[in-house]
Design a protein. Structure first.
Length: 351
């Protein structure tokens, strides 16, 4: 059953810019879905002030898309029905879809049936498709739901894509935004310049997915060809699946800073390197991002939202030394955390 769409138009909210956490997957020790804790995570994000949630994306573990696991529908449906608990919700529901054209379209149809508003189209599982074929795939998916493009870094399953690809993608009428997450400044600029060359530049919202450069992206403006400058209006981030209450405040500070609030700008400059350092530990940069998802789980476990670090791939564990790095940043940057907010509400979220 589709979730009710209450409140203002979620797509309008998306275009204006908001905080969208990439939703993790709560499992128990048997590697089955822990529905109680999965609901608690959704409630956490919405009550922390997130304007949307992205489900079945990399942070949720791409393995849930494997049909034999039987998890894609239950996980998508659980997030949608939990979001519907909030009468005044303006929650944008984003479903991650992947694979070749047939699979991606089928997954988009499932998301539409469950009341989702848009899909985040990942290159993961698309095989050897050319850039032209990837554009055709996006166009096919766009006949079902509005599409958010995704520049996923190669270390976790993405691929390098040309500036021209982003122009062609932006020209699709169904494309409403792009999550820019190559973790590479030159590649990120390729997306900006590619969108700038499109006839739809004013209709495509840019979201940072560069968890290593969040503050920099949110503060940057990109004047191109003498037209109105392009800028990142929000974030769709795995990093924002933890400490979300603080992340929402960070996005608000970025807006104030860009409007001329010098105090907000100073606050952001003080947070910039600390947030990148914390992300390096949580996402396991030293280990080549192999411990990224367990690192997120460890933060949520410490806050009482998850019970363990279990992943569908039992080999997906913290890297050697990663736990010690998380210990270090935990002590070094208490101002980045939202422990008090979580502690105040956890029992109710888990009820």
């Amino acid at each position: 059953m589709a979730a009710p769409r209450r409140g203002p138009d979620p797509l309008k909210r998306f275009r204006a810019g908001t905080a969208i956490p990439a939703h993790p997957l709560a499992l128990d020790s048997r590697l089955t879905l822990d529905e109680r804790r999965q609901r608690a995570l959704t409630r956490y994000y919405l009550e922390a002030g997130a304007g949307g949630i992205a489900v079945a994306v990399h942070t949720t573990q791409f393995a849930i898309h494997e049909p034999h696991r039987g998890l894609l529908r239950p996980v998508l449906e659980l997030a949608a029905t939990t979001a519907a608990e909030y009468e005044d919700a303006r929650t944008l529901l984003v479903a991650g879809v992947c694979g070749g054209t047939a699979q991606a379209v089928k997954e988009a149809e499932l998301a539409a049936d469950l009341g989702y508003h848009a899909v985040l189209l990942a290159p993961f599982g698309a095989g050897p498709l050319s850039e032209d074929e990837l554009v055709d795939r996006a166009a096919a998916v766009g006949t079902v739901l509005p599409v958010i493009g995704f520049y996923l870094q190669p270390a976790v399953g993405g691929r390098s894509l040309s500036r021209g690809f982003w122009t062609r993608l932006a020209d699709l009428p169904s494309l409403i935004g792009i999550k820019v997450a190559p973790f590479d400044r030159y590649a990120s600029l390729d997306v900006v310049l590619g969108v700038a060359a499109s006839g739809r530049r004013a209709e495509v919202a840019l979201y940072t997915g560069n968890d290593d450069h969040i503050v920099g992206d949110l503060l940057s403006t990109h004047p191109v060809d003498g037209a109105d400058a392009l800028e990142f209006v929000g974030g769709l981030l795995g990093q924002w699946s933890v400490w979300t209450h603080s992340a929402v405040r960070l996005l608000e500070d970025a807006r104030r800073a860009k409007a001329g609030d010098h105090a907000a700008m100073r606050e952001l400059m003080a947070v910039d390197s600390a947030l990148t350092d914390a992300n390096g530990a949580i996402f396991d940069v030293v280990g080549g991002f192999r411990g990224c998802v367990p690192g997120i789980h460890e933060v949520l476990r410490r806050q009482g939202l998850l019970q363990g670090l279990w992943c569908l791939d039992e080999d997906e564990v913290l890297s050697p030394g990663q736990l010690e790095e998380i210990d270090r940043i935990w002590q070094a940057y208490p101002h980045l955390r939202d422990d008090d907010f979580v502690a105040e509400h956890t029992d109710r979220w888990l009820s």
